[in-house]
Write a protein that binds this ligand. Structure first.
Ligand SMILES: [Zn+2]
Length: 70
């Protein structure tokens, strides 16, 4: 485990920041561990995507609702 893993798991880093940090410390990490960090980043990106799509779905539903009662 490195600092990037620790901070990702504590939600101290966004996936973007983690990718940048990985780029900076790439050479200091074991090849196997680079993949471990990447897996955490992918997981984080999934979580961020879920969060960003949820409100827009709710907004569309509300828009449809107000349209039908008008
Ligand atoms: Zn690590």
């Amino acid at each position: 485990m490195c600092l990037i893993c620790v901070e990702l798991q504590r939600d101290k880093l966004t996936s973007k920041e983690a990718r940048r940090n990985l780029g900076e410390s790439y050479k200091t990490l074991e090849e196997e561990h680079r993949l471990e960090v990447l897996k955490l980043i992918w997981k984080k990106e999934d979580e961020e995507n879920v969060e960003s799509t949820a409100p827009s779905e709710e907004g569309e539903w509300r828009w449809d609702f107000s349209e039908s009662t008008d």
